[in-house]
Write a protein that binds this ligand. Structure first.
Ligand code: KOT
Length: 756
């Protein structure tokens, strides 16, 4: 008789009947079993430890990811199959924690996976939002938002029983520590993500998404970034931030003391990584805690500057956090003397007022505090780091040239290839062996197979299969797509700088072309996945336009056989895991200089999509790696765009006054669209194109259309296209987050890997 496997033994001991339990019961049972099998490992004592502070960790579903890292996936699949069950169906029951907005949060999740997989001692510190971001609905022709509860009866969260007192101006709260375990890939390491929560969360709201935003104690961890369009919302965000960093700093100091180290050795035994400015208050909070325990202020400031490291993720000025001192006065008045001291120290180092922390309008600049008080500062792609050094943060670069460095983002190939695209992973392993699964750089070996027609044909066949799987999944959600059409995909948050509105104008152009009899060589399916911030009116209007265009095309018998435009509702990590393997054309069309890096571009490339994009963010590095013939580039350069802003020289009228473009913009207010859509939304969008177009969609539109048409034409040379796919996959290994984390460790963190 076959001996029982670990998994089977644990499930049996828990009294699970694999034949009769429901998929949901099985999902919970597997969750509990995996939790039981992943034993947290103690890292070597006396080593430096990383605390990765981030307001967001967009971890995605964890069952399959944890099974893979524990080496239990095949065993689980076999066991379930023996009872007529499928893991795919079971994991569909797993709620996805929506603890992030997009790229920044997903990057933090990929990083935790790589940190554990490289055997590094590093934990995450964040917040346990009960309703995450929001669940998006599109059934009314526009986006509506609902709370997205994800914490079930048997979630991955472990209640540690630990808590920390956090003092706000006028009241205190206890921060309870819940942990998510983060196993490394087949190395026995298990790190943790600490998520802090209030002890007594308010009961779920009776209806809709609206909470009483003034009930801070009950709602502190209800939502991620509550609507920041009004005072109460912005203030709640500052409360969240202080809650997270105060609890995290206390946890760190407790661990330091437990390890027997003195506070004066802080920089030797701890690294505090600040993931954009949301955790920046950890700096004055550490100063407060250190000085309250007897460390002198000057010495504390030196220690903290050697302990903290900071990553900048955006140059968009509206995203750079600046808080009126009055906010901090209300939330955490005890921090103000320390921020004042930091500001005075900064002014002793530089008399350039642009580097002040506390400015003459009584506004506190979080990024400035981070740069003055961190040992290292990095951007997230080469171009982005250069822009920080030369323009956005130039005065700081002059002051601290040695602090600045680049760390091009990465993705974990365990989730974004091995887990989401097993067919492609299997094909790669057949061609070059399995070692690439430990070192994605080895994917380059695929280049030796550029003339291997059998492999290239199977590459095309795997893509077809994945498109079929996507079509079935979308079909089960009520959206039919043609799996034999070209899948042209733009998946990312909705923002004007990402220019979904430019892609919408392409759809209009294509619609008109087809109406005029110019049908494409094969049908094209344009797929969008995007959430808009609830208060971002133009972003919501763009979703409305896309939904209207989808309907218009659908209802037009002349156009619908050739063109389809769909929006995937509630785009999240799980949806991405289905879309990414099926994509042919990866839309990375941000206005050059505005997308710090992008990481979807990397995921899609690794899965054999070809990029259609601007020379922005990491696209620049993708282009260099794959070479001209394996990417479709268009649009103005970052330098040109920066000059246009500097000289205030862009006028959208210079573009829409060209008749070909005017026709496309006017179509937004055409009778066809107005009978489908809302005149208010559509005319707001129209007016924005005419009078503003701040992110210059019209600047690049003609070039975009021309290059996209060339891309679609060249798609028809299937053999040549399959070679482009191969080169993209082969060159994607550079974008492994393992490579990124090794660089962070080499240049910034200096942790010692276990076993080294
Ligand atoms: C949001 C608010 C304030 C500051 C930064 C952000 C931010 C930046 N959120 N997401 N990002 C994205 O981060 C990704 C990971 O580095 C990048 O790939 C992407 O280009 C950023 O837009």
């Amino acid at each position: 008789m076959r001996s029982q496997t670990d998994l089977e033994r644990v499930l049996t001991a828990r009294g699970v009947n694999l034949d009769t339990c429901s998929d949901r019961e099985l999902m919970y049972a597997l969750t509990a079993a995996v939790r039981q099998l992943q034993k947290p490992m103690d890292h070597a004592r006396g080593q430096r430890k990383l605390y990765y502070f981030s307001a967001e960790f967009l971890v995605g579903r964890l069952l399959r990811a944890n099974l893979i890292n524990l080496g239990l996936l095949e065993e689980a699949e076999r066991l379930l199959a023996a009872h007529g069950r499928s893991l795919a169906q079971v994991e569909d029951q797993e709620p996805e924690p929506s603890l992030g907005n997009g790229g920044l949060g997903r990057l933090a999740a990929c990083f935790l996976d790589s940190i554990a997989s490289l055997g590094l001692n590093g934990d995450g510190v964040g917040l346990n939002y009960h309703y995450g971001l929001f669940r998006q609905r599109l059934d009314t022709g526009r986006q509506t938002e609902e709370p997205d509860p994800w914490i079930g009866p048997e979630s991955w969260l472990l209640d540690t029983g630990l808590s920390y007192q956090v003092d706000f101006g006028g009241f205190s709260l206890n921060a309870r520590q819940y942990d998510l375990e983060i196993p490394g890939y087949e190395n026995g390491v298990c790190n943790r993500l600490h998520l802090f929560d209030v002890e007594r969360p308010a009961p779920p709201p009776a209806e809709g998404i609206r909470f009483d935003k003034t009930d801070i104690a009950g709602h502190l961890t209800a939502f991620l970034y509550p609507d920041d369009s009004d005072e109460a919302g912005r203030l709640l965000r500052v409360y969240q931030q202080y809650f997270m960093v105060s609890a995290g700093a206390q946890l760190l100091l407790r661990e330091l003391e437990e390890a027997g180290h003195s506070l004066l050795e802080l920089d030797r035994y701890a690294v505090v990584h600040i993931n954009d400015t949301h955790p920046s208050m950890v700096i004055p909070e550490l100063l407060r805690l250190l000085t309250s325990r007897g460390v002198e202020l000057e010495q504390a400031m030196d220690l903290v500057e050697r302990t903290c490291t900071y990553t900048n993720h955006t140059i968009l000025s509206e995203a750079l956090e600046k808080w009126p001192a009055s906010y901090l006065e209300q939330v955490a008045p005890q921090l103000l003397p320390f921020i004042r001291a930091l500001d005075q120290r900064a002014r002793r180092r530089s008399d350039d007022p642009r580097t002040a922390i506390w400015d003459e309008h009584n506004v506190i600049h979080m990024a400035h505090m981070d740069i003055h008080s961190s040992a290292k500062v990095n951007g997230v792609a080469e171009l982005h780091t250069e822009i920080l050094k030369n323009t956005e943060l130039h005065p700081f670069y002059v002051l601290y040239p040695e602090k600045f460095n680049n760390k091009t983002n990465g993705i974990t190939f365990r989730r974004w290839l091995m887990s989401c695209n097993p067919a492609l992973a299997g094909l790669i392993t057949q061609a070059i062996g399995p070692e690439w699964q430990r070192d994605a750089g080895l994917l380059e070996k695929l280049l030796e197979h550029k003339e291997d027609t059998a492999l290239l044909e199977r590459l095309l066949a795997v893509k077809e299969e994945n498109k079929g799987a996507l079509a079935r999944w979308l079909g089960s959600r009520g959206t039919e797509i043609d799996p034999h059409s070209v899948l042209d995909i733009q998946i990312k948050r909705l923002h004007q700088y990402k220019r979904q509105q430019m892609n919408a104008l392409y759809a209009i152009w294509k619609y008109v072309q087809i109406k005029e009899g110019h049908t494409p060589p094969r049908p094209v399916t344009m797929v969008f996945g995007a959430k808009a911030a609830p208060a971002y009116t133009l972003a919501k209007d763009t979703i409305h336009l896309l939904l209207c265009l989808g309907k218009l095309i659908e209802r037009d018998p002349q156009v619908s056989p050739w063109l389809k435009l769909v929006m995937v509702e509630n785009y999240n990590v799980s949806a991405a895991e289905r879309l990414v393997p099926a994509c042919d054309i990866s839309e990375q069309i941000s206005l050059a200089s505005k997308e710090a890096s992008g990481t979807g571009n990397m995921k899609l490339m690794a899965n054999g999509a070809v990029t259609l994009g601007t020379l922005d963010g990491a696209n620049v590095e993708i282009a260099r790696l794959v070479g001209e013939g394996n990417i479709y580039l268009f649009g103005r350069s970052a330098d040109e765009v920066i000059a246009l802003y500097r000289d205030n020289a862009y006028r959208s009228s210079d573009y829409w006054q060209k008749p070909e473009l005017e026709r496309l913009v006017d179509f937004i207010l055409s009778p066809e669209l107005l009978t489908i859509g809302d005149a208010g939304c559509l005319s707001r969008l129209y007016k924005d194109f005419i009078a503003k177009d701040y992110f210059m969609a019209l600047l690049d539109l003609e070039d975009y259309i021309a290059v996209k048409e060339r891309c679609l034409a060249e798609y028809e040379d299937r053999a040549a296209w399959s070679r482009k796919m191969l080169v993209n996959i082969a060159r994607s290994g550079f974008f492994s987050s393992d490579r990124t984390i090794m660089e962070y460790n080499r240049d910034i963190w200096h942790l010692t890997p276990d076993g080294a």
